[in-house]
Ligand binder design. Structure first.
Ligand code: HEM
Length: 241
């Protein structure tokens, strides 16, 4: 275990250098990438999915497993957002005058329906779409439990799951599609509207919600980043199986 993993990474960003809370979440996430994954990464690559994407050897079966499992995660995330059972977060949101509609619904980043379309396409083409496996099921279960007891920590997963897909996810998509999908672009990587604007809207909302949080709430949220990486990486690894 390297120093960056043991020293509680968020401790380095609690001096107020970051402009909004999303910057803090981003800084912690970037440090947890390997040098091979992202320029700002600080970790050493060990597992295959931590190497440069160019060096990956994805398989179609593995990619289908990945899509099925990541869909379980988005399904769950989106169900939680639609019908949350975390009253304290709801009151944060309501106190900002957003009403019962909820701040994080219909952001345009939702992926469940897009993934359903992709899996339907594979099915129609006669590919065997597998059952969900333990990495996706385990992450979904964790998210459900966390959302019921710690909304701030849950928000860390909300941020990482959506933003990872728009950053590294798209890099991975392109390379993998070139290698095994005849460069087919999946719905999973298409957004209705200008993606940069959708992301900025969500950043603004996250920053606003976090303004009401104590430093302790923020640190608990930042501290979840490693857990999000751990779960997400297990699912990404399926592509290489
Ligand atoms: C951003 C690559 C996995 C979360 C980035 C960026 C790259 C990247 C290149 C920088 C984009 C920029 O310049 O702003 C990768 C690769 C991965 C990977 C190749 C291979 C598995 C993950 C995982 C997570 C994650 C597992 C968390 C679950 C994020 C977040 C950002 C990011 C939150 C910031 C996005 C933003 O500011 O808009 N990633 N990443 N990434 N990644 Fe990853």
């Amino acid at each position: 275990v390297s120093a960056a993993m043991t020293e509680k990474p968020w401790k380095r960003y609690t001096g107020g250098e970051a402009k909004g809370f999303v910057d803090e979440m981003r800084l912690v996430a970037m440090k947890l990438h390997t040098r091979q994954q992202a320029q700002e990464g600080e970790m050493e690559a060990k597992a295959p999915e931590e190497q440069r994407v160019e060096e990956w050897e994805p398989t179609l079966d593995g990619y289908l497993k990945f899509l099925v499992d990541i869909k379980v995660v988005y399904d769950t995330l989106e169900q939680i957002i639609e019908k949350p059972s975390f009253p304290s977060l709801l009151s944060d949101i309501e106190s900002m005058g957003c009403g019962a509609d909820g701040e994080f619904r219909n952001t345009g980043l939702e992926r469940s329906e897009k993934l359903a379309k992709d899996l339907k396409w594979f099915e129609e083409k006669g590919y065997g779409v597998p059952e969900a496996s333990s990495p996706g099921v385990a992450y979904a279960k964790y998210l459900k439990q966390l959302s019921e007891k710690d909304p701030q920590a849950f928000i860390c997963h909300f941020y990482n799951i959506y933003f990872a897909n728009t950053a590294g996810g798209r890099i991975i998509a392109k390379k993998v599609a070139e290698k095994i999908l005849d460069s087919r672009e999946l719905e999973f990587y298409k957004w209705d509207g200008e993606l940069s604007q959708l992301l900025q809207n969500v950043r603004d909302k996250l920053n606003k919600v976090a303004e009401n949080w104590s430093r302790e709430d923020k640190n608990r949220c930042l501290g979840e980043t490693e857990i999000s990486f751990k779960f997400y990486r297990e699912i990404v690894r399926l592509m290489l199986s």
